[in-house]
Design a protein around this ligand. Structure first.
Ligand code: SF4
Length: 334
């Protein structure tokens, strides 16, 4: 394992009421445990407000976790104590959804790409320039772009610069936060292909965050579904699409648009959830999905479903499976 999340929580305080005296918490991520293998592309899927991006930001240290452990190559990042923070943060990078806002419009591409090298004190001025040229080659852009400002580039080219910036410090693990969803459809495929070839070439591990299940079918080795800050289901991609178990997963899969009759026949029966995703401040008791679930039972309002392993790699968090299968914790020694 390269990364292990152990009961990670990220709560944001919100004040309201008379004189803003009442304090409540948005439980954006609420007890997520995951293990990601070196070299894999792990897909994390959910609707807006599911907490998937907050989880990614917490992994790379943009947010500090409220509780739980983030173990990266054996070191606990959540406490970020007793370690060289700079060296660890070099190994964990992020590519944001919107390259337009993630690149500083006042900096040239050279300044943007050189900054992480300077922060991490890598190379002389001449060596850094050589490195920047190499980075542009890797993301298939001409080196003349070093002198341009982001506004002179298209959305796809800006995202390539954002990818080059993440690669500059030679990371091992990259969080990709919806890296193609702000791009034109015509360039999305090219950026995905670039990300896949870079992963192979540099032995990278990706946490690929998206709301696009069709994309995950083509790129991820395993897929996890999040809903209201918690995991619903985790499975290898082929099994995930062939044998979805959680009612929420089935609902998401049944709504994917397909082009062939064969694909249509593989989809679960169409199910439409009731209502809207609830606020993470007022999460329903028991199972967070129960207010929308067509199969909800009495116990779903009383108890939170536990993690159930249906086989070694397929887990589901739902009372429909709690009684008949093996419950257990991860084998973290794997
Ligand atoms: Fe539906 Fe209950 Fe399963 Fe939640 S635990 S998904 S409410 S059946």
């Amino acid at each position: 394992m390269i990364l292990r999340l152990d009961d990670i929580k990220k709560y944001f305080p919100v004040r309201h009421g008379f004189l803003q005296r009442k304090m409540e918490y948005v439980k954006a991520v609420d007890g997520v445990s995951l293990a990601i293998k070196r070299g894999e592309i792990f897909g994390l899927v959910g609707e807006s407000g599911s907490g998937k991006s907050t989880l990614g930001y917490t992994v790379v240290g943009i947010h500090r976790s409220t509780a739980g452990k983030i173990i990266f190559k054996g070191e606990d990042l959540a406490t970020r104590q007793h370690m060289d923070v700079r060296a660890i943060s070099r190994k964990l990078q992020i590519v944001f959804q919107d390259p337009g806002s993630s690149l500083n419009p006042k900096r040239t591409i050279r300044q943007t790409l050189e900054l992480p090298l300077k922060v991490h004190r890598l190379g002389t001025r001449r060596e850094r320039l050589g490195k920047l040229r190499e980075l542009l080659q890797k993301v298939e852009l001409p080196e003349e772009y070093l002198h341009n400002y982001p506004r002179a580039l298209s959305g796809g080219q800006r995202q390539r610069i954002a990818i080059a910036r993440a690669l500059a410090v030679e990371p091992e693990f990259i969080v990709l936060d919806e890296p193609t969803s702000a791009l034109d459809v015509s360039v999305q495929g090219k950026v995905v292909r670039l990300l896949l070839s870079l992963a192979k070439e540099h032995d990278l591990t990706y946490l690929f965050i998206t709301h696009d299940l069709s994309l995950m079918r083509n790129v991820a080795s395993r897929v996890a579904i999040m809903y209201l800050g918690k995991l619903c289901e985790v499975a290898p991609t082929s099994e995930f699409f062939k044998n979805p178990l959680h009612p929420y997963t089935k609902m998401l899969l049944s709504s994917i648009p397909v082009v062939s009759e064969e694909e249509e026949s593989l989809k679960p029966e169409r199910s439409v959830p009731k209502g809207e995703i609830p606020s993470p401040v007022n999460r329903p008791s028991g199972c967070g999905f129960r207010t929308r679930c067509p199969l909800a039972m009495d116990i779903c309002a009383q108890e939170e479903p536990r993690r159930t392993l249906v086989n070694e790699e397929h887990e589901v968090h739902c009372h429909l499976f709690n009684n008949s299968r093996i419950k257990g914790d991860y084998d973290w020694n794997d």
